[in-house]
Design a protein around this ligand. Structure first.
Ligand code: M6R
Length: 608
């Protein structure tokens, strides 16, 4: 949700800010803007719409400044418009601020400031910040920002510049991500690492309430009481190419094709043939694992859908009851948690506000927290007790694909690890699943090597207003994800239902010619699923079946079938999701949608 950048050094700031914003557009793209200190005078360019609009504007202004801040917005308070775009300034435009997060008490602050004569021009929560900084300014920018943040409730990552204290960028974070790039005689701020990776591989990962003052003399980091903080530099080892499209038309397609590698990387060193499972970031003893009487899986969106698979797998292998919940629901329902509760928080970005809040709540109540995340050093990874990193590499497309598949792998490994420690299933079965896991990368590559059959379905689906996804058990979990993929990037209404549940209401919506995508990969309930498919066929549905090779019977019931390679049914989600990703992707392309940046969405949801 929103991305911020900043630059201070010997070079022209504008191109560096624009390049950084380009890497953060996945966080929001309703509007963008920059502010630079041009001869100690603040100059702002900002406008509604994509970054390309801003690029045109800054070309004509041609700022020479070497200090500046920038922002790309996902609107929360106030519609996307020029005036609501960041940076926001105080009245005389001597202070400029970029902000990612939400100031929850902005109405109170706004009224307080208005009573003192401050005038507001936008509808945003952010606009209170430059006015507050102005109110507290007594000659030193960091002191004013520190005082202002003490009054602010909510979440923020801020970049602040002022012509009253020039030659300086002040940055601070609370519950919104912020990294500081360290270059040679230059420094950067950014909401995420890819935004600075073109310039430097050395970054500081800021903790909550740490302040940074950047000047030409270097970077100083303070805690909230202005004590200096000595921080370790984090050296980024992955390549900038990983965050580029590399010849693919869209990041989403590139990321779909990166799945075989992502699976392999996530398994590497954790699952080794003939050896016990090793998970480097998880430090639970046998007694602790045996002591858990309940597991909560908490996540949002696609991560939640991986958790639905995780519930099934952990219960089946490790024999512990698992409850799964949306983080946004969990945090407000007073959940029952004890010191025997294990919580697994799943989040690609590791920054999702609801998931982070749920983690904190459970931790306060004594739960042990395992984070499954793709981003090293993210807030969720830092606050959890144990971390399982999925090695998917940077995921840029808003629609998650390779992160989802590696979350599944993480959940299989954790479930199997617990089963191995607790001795809940036979060693032969454990070994069989390990072998199955090691074959998955190749199986996904095989599916991706021939996608023509699934593409033929695009011709029909792209014209639809509604599409239904059906499945039972693990197939239902995958149906949820397939449905979300289609709706978020192609804007076609879709719903996922457990096959047996349809007859309790939703079947009323099935009529002649409607498209139903039916997953039937689970052998033990194959016949039950076939009965459910017949129910919709009888009512005129056109059905695409997803089944495992060796089950030609399915063809008697459905209109078209896409086969996935044979695999143990428990591992089938890793295969069956792939045709659904492909179908969603090509449907969105066919409709001319902006696949990587679907409307109203952002990659990282750091607001509640
Ligand atoms: O970064 P997270 O995994 O915590 O993100 C959770 C959801 O916002 C995310 O999965 C979202 O649903 C994706 N757009 C789905 O493709």
């Amino acid at each position: 949700m929103c991305g911020i950048v900043g630059y201070l050094g010997p070079k022209k700031a504008t191109p560096i800010l624009i390049e950084g914003l380009g890497k953060l557009e996945y966080r929001g793209y309703d509007s963008s803007g920059i502010a630079v200190l041009e001869n100690d005078d603040i100059k702002v360019e900002k406008c509604r719409g994509r970054l390309s609009n801003l690029k045109e504007r800054v070309q004509s202004s041609d700022f020479a400044s070497s200090i500046g801040i920038g922002h790309t917005r996902w609107a929360t308070h106030g519609e996307p418009s020029d005036v609501n775009s960041h940076p926001h300034c105080n009245e005389d435009e001597s202070i400029a601020v970029v902000h990612n997060g939400i100031i929850e008490n902005y109405i109170v602050l706004r009224e307080m400031l208005m009573a003192k004569g401050y005038k507001f021009v936008s509808e945003t929560d952010t606009e209170v910040i430059p006015h507050l900084v102005d109110y507290y300014f007594e000659g030193n920018l960091e002191d004013a920002v520190m005082k202002a943040t003490k009054k602010m409730e909510g979440s923020y990552a801020l970049g602040v510049i002022s012509e009253k204290d020039p030659g300086k960028i002040v940055a601070v974070r609370k519950d919104s991500p912020l990294v500081i790039g360290v270059g040679e005689n230059e420094s950067f701020i950014a909401s995420d690492i890819p935004a600075v990776l073109g310039q430097t591989r050395d970054v500081y990962l800021l903790e909550d309430k740490e302040f940074v003052v950047m000047t030409n003399d270097g970077i100083t980091i303070y805690d909230e009481n202005k004590n200096k903080v000595d921080k370790q530099i984090f050296h980024v080892t992955w390549d900038i190419d990983a965050a580029e499209k590399g010849g693919y038309e869209h990041f989403m397609l590139k990321e779909i094709y990166e799945q075989p590698k992502a699976i392999k990387d996530t398994l590497t060193s954790r699952i080794v043939k003939g050896e016990k499972i090793k998970i480097d970031g998880i430090h639970l003893t046998k007694e602790q694992i045996e002591g858990f009487d309940k597991v909560y899986i908490i996540a949002c969106g696609t991560a939640y859908h991986s958790g639905v698979v995780g519930k099934y797998v952990i219960e089946r292998l490790a024999k512990i009851p698992v409850e799964i919940d949306y983080a946004s629901e969990f945090r407000y329902r007073n959940p029952l948690i004890t010191d025997k509760t294990l919580m697994i928080c799943i989040s690609q970005s590791g920054e999702t506000a609801d998931t982070l809040a749920a983690l904190r709540l459970a931790k306060d109540k004594g739960a042990r927290i395992i984070a499954i995340t793709n981003v090293v050093g993210s807030s969720i990874s830092r606050e959890a007790d144990d971390v399982f990193y999925t090695w998917a590499g940077p995921e840029i497309a808003v629609a998650s694909t390779k992160a989802y598949i590696t979350m599944l792998i993480a959940l299989y490994i954790i479930a199997l690890y617990m089963a191995e420690v607790k001795n809940t299933i036979r060693e032969t079965e454990i070994n069989k699943i390990k072998d199955g896991l090691l074959d998955l990368s190749e199986g996904v590559a095989e599916i991706l090597s021939d996608i023509e059959k699934i593409k033929t379905f695009v011709d029909k689906v792209y014209k639809e207003k509604d599409v239904y996804y059906l499945g039972r058990g693990l197939d239902y979990a995958v149906a949820l994800e397939g449905s979300l993929k289609l709706k978020e990037i192609s804007y076609i209404h879709s719903e996922a239902y457990p096959g047996g549940e349809l007859k309790h209401g939703t079947i009323a919506l099935i009529e002649e010619g409607i498209t139903v995508i039916a997953l039937a990969t689970q052998e033990d309930i194959f016949d039950k699923m076939v009965s459910n498919i017949r129910e919709v066929k009888t009512r005129g549905a056109n059905v695409l079946g997803i089944a495992m090779e060796g089950h030609p019977d399915i063809e008697k019931t459905v209109d078209e079938t896409v086969y996935i390679p044979r695999v143990m049914p428990i591992l089938a989600p890793v295969y069956s999701v792939v045709p659904l990703q492909i179908l969603a992707y090509y449907t969105a392309v066919r409709k001319g949608c902006d696949v990587d940046k679907p409307r109203n969405l952002a990659k990282s949801v750091t607001v509640e």
